[in-house]
Design a binder for this molecule. Structure first.
Ligand code: ZN
Ligand code: ZN
Length: 281
């Protein structure tokens, strides 16, 4: 399973956050308020994932609202479009994931770095689509926003997972920093969920990727002026591209064949980032 390159399919770009809390658990804003905040910030879809509770809300006309919930065991596990709440008390991580899958939810492991879990523990679990490579609130409170090392340690074993950037909004100040950009025909539940499942998205904290072209053994990326474009792969494969002077706006990587996987990470201005999903050779 390779991700669908969103730059190679027809459709429109839709911006969304998949991990949000409200006053129904430990969030600061009401469901209607968070939907409004994200709508005004240019987001097209939002999943509310209160702890152990499926929040219902009426979204503004221009927003797609997705139901969800976050369950805590050893890991924190987010279920997107969970249909029915279940009691997660005493269940193991795998049991929670399995229960979510029975309801056809999209399962994402939240903030592994914050949770203090190792990639080895994550590799023993199955049935989830990906992990959060970045989490806004974990970064704001503890500087533990990035789980990219977990991501790479898992990918280098050949494990096919996606990377998500999520706000995990608790305070209003967490809102509208991280997002995924999904390519879909329309901003309907059906199309957005299909895009996510197919990996037809990238994650970001502010860098908008202009193009990603994969042709034969060449991978080309174009982006706004950035500090660095990294092609991250197994061990010493891959490469960092920087400009000799000033900023870089495109890079082309020639695949050598020993990478196992390649994912692109862009470091833009003011520490903003973008992460593509991994491409497997
Ligand atoms: Zn959590
Ligand atoms: Zn959370």
């Amino acid at each position: 399973m390779n991700f669908v390159n969103p730059f190679e399919v027809k459709g429109n770009w839709y911006k969304g956050n998949l991990h949000t809390h409200t006053t129904n658990s430990d969030g600061e804003a009401t469901p209607e308020e968070v939907l409004e905040i994200y709508g005004k910030a240019g987001y097209n879809f939002l999943c509310i994932t209160d702890h152990n509770k499926i929040t219902e809300a009426k979204a503004p006309e221009n927003m797609l609202f997705l139901r969800g919930s976050e369950k805590n065991s050893r890991n924190h596990i987010v279920g997107i479009e969970l249909q029915e709440e279940f009691d997660g008390e005493g269940l193991t991580d795998q049991q929670i994931i399995d229960r979510m899958n029975l309801q056809n939810a999209i399962v994402i492991i939240a903030h592994p770095y914050w949770s203090g879990v190792t990639s080895g523990e994550l590799l023993r679990l199955n049935g989830y689509l990906g992990i959060e490579v970045f989490n806004t609130v974990c970064n704001r409170l503890l500087g533990k926003g990035y789980s990219t090392v977990h991501f790479d340690e898992m990918l280098q074993t050949g494990r096919k997972i996606m990377g998500f950037a999520s706000d995990d909004t608790h305070s209003r100040k967490d809102a509208a920093h991280s997002f995924i950009m999904a390519k879909a025909d329309s901003c309907t539940k059906k199309d957005i969920l299909a895009s996510i499942k197919n990996g037809c998205f990238y994650s970001s904290t502010g860098v908008i990727i202009k193009n990603l072209e994969i042709a034969g053994s060449s991978i080309k990326v174009t982006c706004p002026p950035a500090e660095a474009i990294d092609f991250i792969a197994f061990n010493s494969s891959g490469k960092r591209f920087t400009a000799e002077k000033g900023e870089i706006e495109h890079a082309e990587y020639a695949v050598r064949g020993n990478e196992i996987y390649i994912r692109i990470e862009i470091t833009g201005r003011n520490g903003k980032k973008a992460w593509t999903n991994p491409l497997f050779l």
